[in-house]
Write a protein that binds this ligand. Sequence first.
Ligand SMILES: Cc1cc2nc3c(=O)[nH]c(=O)nc-3n(C[C@H](O)[C@H](O)[C@H](O)COP(=O)(O)O)c2cc1C
Length: 178
Amino acid sequence: MKREKKPSTAVVPCPVVLLSVKGPERPNIITLSWVANVCSKSPTVVVGIRPERHSHAMVKEAGEFVLNIPSTSQFEASVFAGTRSGKDHDKFAECNLTPSKATKVDAPMIEECPISIECRTKEIHSLGAHDLFVAEVLAVHIDDSLLDEHGRFDAAKASLFTYLPLSAEYWALGEQME
Ligand SMILES: Cc1cc2nc3c(=O)[nH]c(=O)nc-3n(C[C@H](O)[C@H](O)[C@H](O)COP(=O)(O)O)c2cc1C
C-alpha cells in the first residue's frame, strides 16, 4: 500500500551540480539539483533556476556556463554555494575553489570538481517558480585519475553524492550493482 501525498518534486535521487558562470564583477557558483541530461544527440541538458537567484541574471546574460560535478571532497563547498548568495560572497575564494579556463565557453570551470561540462544556452522557458534553461553540451572534462586505461570513467574512484528532496538529505553513492 502507498500513501498519497500532495504534489511535489518527488523524483529521487537528484544530482548535485555546481554551476559556474562569469559575472560583471566576479564569477559565481550556484548549487543546483534541478538538472538533467535530456537529449543524447546533440547532447543537451536542462537546469532549473529561480529568477530571483543572483546567478539567474548572470546565466541569462552570459548565455554560457559550466556544470561541475562535485565529489564528496567538495560537499561543504556545495552546501555553502547552495545557501549563500554570490551577491555578498566570492564563492570561489571562500570555498577554496580554483577557477580554470574552459575551452569552448567563456565561463570558469572548477578545477577541484572531477567532471566539468561546458554548456551554451539554447532556450529559456518560464515554468513558474523556476526558469528552465535548455543548453547544448560543448565539451566534457574528466579528471585523468578517474579514467581507466581505455579512457572509461571509473565511478568507484569518483566518490559522488546525491540529494534527495523528499527527505532533504545527502547520500554518498554506494556499491556498483552491475
Ligand atoms: C542541494 C541544493 C540544490 C539546489 N538546487 C537549486 C536549483 O535547482 N535551482 C535553484 O534555483 N536553486 C537551487 N538551490 C538553491 C541555490 O543554490 C541557493 O539559493 C544559492 O544560495 C543561490 O546562489 P546565488 O544567490 O549566488 O545565485 C539549491 C541549493 C542546494 C543546497
